[in-house]
Design a protein around this ligand. Structure first.
Ligand SMILES: Cc1ncc(COP(=O)(O)O)c(C=O)c1O
Length: 373
């Protein structure tokens, strides 16, 4: 298939002079890693989400791995989580030899359903791993009542607020954020773990750096560690992005508003849009995912949109039905019906701060044509 010159991409980061300058300064400083930008970025990020501490990591995935270790998840444990997420959520559990136990999702918010999660808890459950999917905050009090450790997968949820008004990430549980280039802010690759515990930060900072002692003594590696560090170059980029985060979040919310208006006619034909904010919860806009009307072929829709110059993609597949998970754990269709129904019919549309109202109209027209056909 040929790519049209006017094709509307799925995502595009906002990078300007501010970022170029910040990165150049690091390059010229000669200290490209383990330098001052790391704690500076961590402190600025922690302040932003109202967390007592934050630890930078090389990605959201490695952040998840470190966070699960910080709540003592070990081989043989079970971690109850959402099947409707990016595969990294479940993979991180497997890294420790623990087992992801999937419970079904809420049909409206698409987040892990607290009642389904409660039913999945056993004597082996070591932690709960709710995901704030597509930036919509999960119902934390619904999980906290079990008294189990919680790790929040907030990779998609920067800028979101829980129903009580607090910023996602500031609740005291390890909450991981991701900075891949399609996220609300980017460091190219990167992640951050917001934390409420100084001991957890100490463990994470050591384990991301080969298990070195906090005083950085070369000779003492007092535990198993990894190289999950984030470079000073990436942290400088992150600091520059944080400065423009409010503008980027506002632009995303504006684009979402245009989509709601432009797609209103299709909603009458059965298209489902991301749920509205409810009960005080506020979405941190990350992607604009729509569920196609019954009977519309999802994969054919993605191809037809591409021919009309609009990128889209199936978003997200049900993790338990990915081949690796089926083969390893014997999962079968029908186990988690809400998730499977949503996953089979959902696509992400182009969504980024620079998207214009005209481009949103083009996407909506293209989708209307494809659905009508
Ligand atoms: C819900 C969720 N969890 C985890 C991750 C992993 O983050 P990263 O790609 O930075 O490793 C992502 C990233 O896309 C995500 O969307």
């Amino acid at each position: 298939m040929t790519t049209r010159v006017d094709e509307i991409p799925l995502a595009r980061p906002v990078i300007g002079e501010r970022e170029e300058q910040a990165v150049l300064e690091v390059l010229r400083s000669g200290q490209l890693s383990l330098g001052p930008r790391v704690p500076a970025f961590e402190a600025a990020f922690a302040a932003r989400v109202g967390a007592s501490h934050a630890s930078a990591a090389s990605s959201g995935t490695t952040g998840l791995h470190l966070a699960l270790r910080a709540v003592d998840v070990e081989a043989g444990d079970e971690v109850v989580t959402s099947p409707f997420s990016f595969v990294a959520t479940a993979n991180a559990i497997l890294y420790e030899g623990a087992r992801p136990v999937f419970a079904d999702i809420d049909p409206v918010t698409h987040n892990l359903d607290p009642a389904a999660a409660a039913a999945a808890i056993t004597g082996r459950t070591r932690a709960l791993l709710p995901v704030h999917i597509f930036g919509y905050p999960a119902d934390l009090p619904g999980f906290e009542r079990h008294g189990l450790p919680i790790v929040e997968d907030a990779a998609e949820a920067l800028g979101a607020r829980y129903a009580d008004g607090g910023a996602v990430g500031g609740r005291g549980h390890p909450a991981i954020f991701g900075f891949y280039a399609n996220k609300q802010m980017t460091t190219g690759e990167g992640g951050m773990i917001a934390l409420g515990s100084a001991e957890q930060k100490q463990r994470i900072d050591s384990e991301r750096n080969q298990g070195r002692a906090p005083d950085m003594g070369w000779l003492d590696h007092d535990r198993l560690g990894f190289n999950y560090r984030l470079s000073d170059i990436a942290c400088a980029l992150g600091l520059a992005q944080l400065e423009r985060l409010d503008d980027m979040l506002a632009a995303r919310a504006r684009v979402a508003g245009w989509y709601r208006e432009a797609l209103a006619g299709l909603v009458e034909q059965g298209l489902m849009l991301p749920c509205d904010d409810a009960d005080g919860a506020v979405r941190g806009w990350f992607v604009f995912v729509v569920r196609l009307p019954d009977g519309v072929d999802r994969d054919a829709t993605v191809l037809a949109l591409r021919e009309l110059g609009v990128q889209s993609k199936p978003y997200l597949p049900a993790i338990h039905l990915l081949s690796y998970y089926r083969e390893r754990f014997g999962h079968r269709p029908g186990e988690l019906p809400v998730c499977e129904r949503v996953a089979a019919a959902s696509i992400a549309l182009p969504f980024f701060p620079q998207l214009t109202e005209g481009q949103v109209a083009r996407v909506a027209e293209a989708l209307a044509r494809v659905i009508a056909a």
